[in-house]
Design a binder for this molecule. Structure first.
Ligand code: KG4
Ligand code: ZN
Length: 340
């Protein structure tokens, strides 16, 4: 078996990004993501359209990844794919494609849990990112997930807390929709927030268990607040967008930081690693850097391309599993709901 110099192809299709990547001993040789623009006009992901777009994108994306990595498909050691969690129709495209390719090339097939992959993306060898030491706390924040996980080893993970309703990225996106911002609104809120006053308006932080999250109440609070203000002044949003964004972002970041502080208190672990699209947020990045100084935490944020949905993280998990020969059988099926 090509243990020493393995080339793993990773395939990701759990939501609205079709992605393929090639990894070689922890180094990403190519990572290609085809983001589906079609969902923008609907203000959210439409599952049926997502699976159709995956069908169209998967072959060109894989071709492009192999070409960019400058390797032939016959050099691949194994195919790693996202088995779940995610949208069933989307997962089926990546799963079926991966099974067929692995069978055709007669190489092992490796199933990957998407949430584990977000966490293990920290172990990709790349400039500008550092691998956390075990044990560490992972906070995964994106449009689909909000989870706090205790990571004791590569495959020893325990969910300590998670959202009971919306994910944090959804809170950004739904609040942004109310403010008339394009989808996904997170980056726009972040941009306007940087010019605004975070203390101008106040939003109540949702109350749930110390390590859990809730965001649906916040979205409703923003809706009622905006409706009330617009009734008084039709130009309210236009005139106050920066302050509303700054205040909202301040509330969300403070809430995330509260949860991390609770986790550190409960576990005694001060090594913190974040991942998921919302890790791009300038507010959370700054708060984490500040916590290094004020609380003595060590924090890790992967490069942006490995924070958002990508296949390099799937290939990374594939490589770790390949080294332990943890392969999937060919009758493996996609799973929309999947625990860590
Ligand atoms: O990980 P990701 O690409 O996809 C999944 O949802 O799995 O995350 C996308 C989410 C969206 O909700 C988007 O609004 C949010 O990440 N996002 C941000 C920022 N950049 C992306 N949220 C806040 N601030 C940002 N700078
Ligand atoms: Zn994700």
């Amino acid at each position: 078996m090509k243990q020493e110099n393995c080339y793993i192809l990773g395939i990701e299709s759990s939501c609205d990004d079709t992605a393929a990547a090639v990894i070689n001993n922890g180094v990403v040789l190519a990572t290609i993501v085809a983001t589906q623009k079609i969902h923008e006009e609907y203000g959210g992901v439409v599952p049926e359209l997502a699976s159709r777009a995956h069908q169209q994108n998967i072959v060109p994306v894989v071709h492009q990844a192999l070409r960019k990595a400058n390797i032939d498909k016959n050099q691949l050691s194994a195919i790693a794919f996202t088995r779940g969690p995610g949208l069933m129709g989307s997962l089926l495209v990546g799963t079926s494609f991966s099974k067929s390719l692995a069978m055709g090339l007669d190489i092992p097939l490796i199933d990957v849990n998407h949430m584990q992959a977000h966490i293990l993306a920290h172990f990709i060898s790349a400039e500008g990112q550092t691998a956390p030491n075990f044990p560490f706390i992972a906070l995964t924040i994106s449009g689909g997930h909000t989870q706090i996980v205790k990571v004791t080893d590569y495959f020893e993970m325990e969910v300590l807390g998670e959202t009971i309703d919306d994910a944090v990225g959804e809170a950004f996106d739904k609040a942004g929709k109310i403010l008339g911002l394009p989808y996904p609104a997170g980056p726009f809120i972040d941009k306007y927030a940087q010019q605004g006053d975070p203390h101008r308006f106040s939003f109540t932080k949702p109350k749930v268990g110390p390590l859990d999250f809730s965001f649906s109440g916040l979205k409703t609070a923003v809706l009622y607040f905006v409706e009330r203000e617009v009734a008084k002044n039709p130009n309210f949003i236009k005139e106050n967008l920066e302050d509303v964004c700054a205040s909202l972002q301040f509330t969300i970041v403070d809430y995330l930081m509260d949860k991390l502080k609770n986790t550190v208190k409960a576990t005694g672990i001060k090594e913190i690693a974040i991942g998921g699209g919302v890790s791009a947020n300038s507010g959370i990045r700054k708060a984490l850097k500040d916590a290094e100084r004020t609380h003595g935490w060590t924090t890790h944020i992967p490069r942006f391309e490995y924070c958002t949905d990508n296949a390099a993280m799937i290939a990374m998990v594939g490589e770790l599993k390949y080294k332990e020969q943890r392969f999937a059988k060919h009758d493996v099926v996609a799973k929309a709901r999947m625990k860590l």
